[in-house]
Design a protein around this ligand. Structure first.
Ligand SMILES: Cc1cc2nc3c(=O)[nH]c(=O)nc-3n(C[C@H](O)[C@H](O)[C@H](O)COP(=O)(O)OP(=O)(O)OC[C@H]3O[C@@H](n4cnc5c(N)ncnc54)[C@H](O)[C@@H]3O)c2cc1C
Ligand code: SF4
Length: 326
């Protein structure tokens, strides 16, 4: 690891001012320390959020909204009774207990891709500035790669929490050098391009201070769920995740939100799955049709065709689980 100066500001504003000129922001450090040790990042300065006050880690309900500080750990989110059940489920299964005790909401959303080629500097990688993506070549390790929007980069977005936040219409509150601003969840994500390691639209000096989301609770008619399929129960990332939010009237779906994770370079909303649900009386057959719709337009690689079926299954299971929560 390259030696660096460590800065510990006490407010997001001061953190933003300390960033720039290649400085790297660190929250829980689960992703950042890996990148430093792997020399994927070699900054001269690391700006740690460890000294931000308790407000930046708080979780509170306010009317039909929930506010979560970006420094809230995954363990606290998983144990919260005010966040949507889908977010609780997604968070409780992420990583491992030890990691959840350190990892934060802001860091989880902004973690870099787990693509093994990105993480190993001896391989070329488009995101690290090379000409092409080696994962797209015949014979490459493609099992965990994306099956949507996988050109020019085939990575799969690693955040388990992102789909549930998408279904809750989350809004990011961001502190930057020009002041504070709000970013709608769908606008947080940037398609991969050459030399761009981050999957977000944030500037290097931006710090997420907190996230506000819809509570999506049963009292307001919502039924929500998260489903994921993973190879290992812990210390690994899921192969496919799906979060759903449904609102029903007289047995018919009147509103639906379906988000997928780990299938494309960014979290992905499935408009096709939502269209297959809205206006229909819900049953398992409709859920299965929505799963089939969710994989329309998929472009799997020769090494990850199996993920198409995983998406169908995850979507169907999430919908059936959510519907059963009436
Ligand atoms: C073995 C293992 C298994 C894992 N399994 C899963 C899994 O199943 N699901 C899952 O979702 N994740 C998984 N992870 C990833 C882990 O959850 C993330 O690395 C962690 O959530 C990152 O949070 P952090 O606070 O440690 O972020 P850091 O490592 O400190 O930061 C990560 C990135 O976010 C940026 N950042 C941090 N906070 C902010 C902020 N407030 N504003 C703007 N940018 C910010 C940093 O600059 C950095 O680029 C796993 C990790 C390991 C090691
Ligand atoms: S999939 Fe993306 S991150 Fe992985 S090597 Fe290709 S360009 Fe790099």
């Amino acid at each position: 690891m390259q030696a660096f100066e460590l800065l510990r500001p006490t407010t997001p504003e001061a953190a933003s001012r300390a960033l720039g000129d290649g400085a790297l922001l660190k929250a829980g450090g689960i992703d950042v320390l890996g990148r430093l040790k792997e020399r994927v990042d070699e900054p001269d300065r690391v700006v740690s959020l460890v000294d931000l006050g308790a407000d930046h880690a708080s979780i509170a309900r306010d009317g039909d909204k929930v506010r979560i500080g970006a420094a809230a750990t995954l363990s606290r989110i998983a144990a919260s009774d005010v966040v949507p059940a889908s977010l609780r489920e997604a968070t409780a299964q992420a990583a491992s207990r030890q990691i959840r005790n350190l990892a934060t909401l802001g860091g989880n959303l902004c973690q870099h891709t787990r693509c093994g080629y990105y993480r190993l500097r001896s391989f070329p990688c488009l995101k690290r500035g090379d000409d092409a993506c080696p994962v797209l070549a015949d014979g490459a390790v493609q099992e965990t790669a994306g099956i949507f929007a996988n050109r020019p980069c085939a990575c799969a977005h690693p955040s388990s929490l992102a789909p549930a936040l998408g279904t809750a219409d989350a809004v990011l509150h961001v502190v930057g050098v020009k002041g504070t601003r709000e970013i709608a969840f769908a606008d947080l994500w940037a398609a991969p391009s050459r030399g761009r390691a981050s999957d977000t639209t944030l500037a290097p000096t931006d710090v997420i201070s907190h996230v506000v989301l819809d509570a999506r609770d049963a009292a307001a008619g919502w039924r929500v769920a998260h489903e994921e399929i993973r190879q290992k129960a812990a210390f690994d990332w899921p192969l496919v995740t799906c979060a759903v939010a449904l609102r029903a009237d007289a047995g018919k779906v009147v509103e639906a939100s379906v988000w997928l994770g780990a299938v494309a370079p960014t979290p992905m909303r499935s408009a096709a799955a939502e269209a297959a649900l809205v206006g229909k009386p819900f049953d398992e057959a409709v859920a299965a049709k929505a799963g089939e719709a969710a994989v329309e337009g998929a472009t799997p690689l020769s090494g990850n065709r199996y993920k198409v079926q995983l998406v169908e299954v995850a979507v169907r299971r999430a919908l059936v689980k959510a519907w059963g929560r009436a």
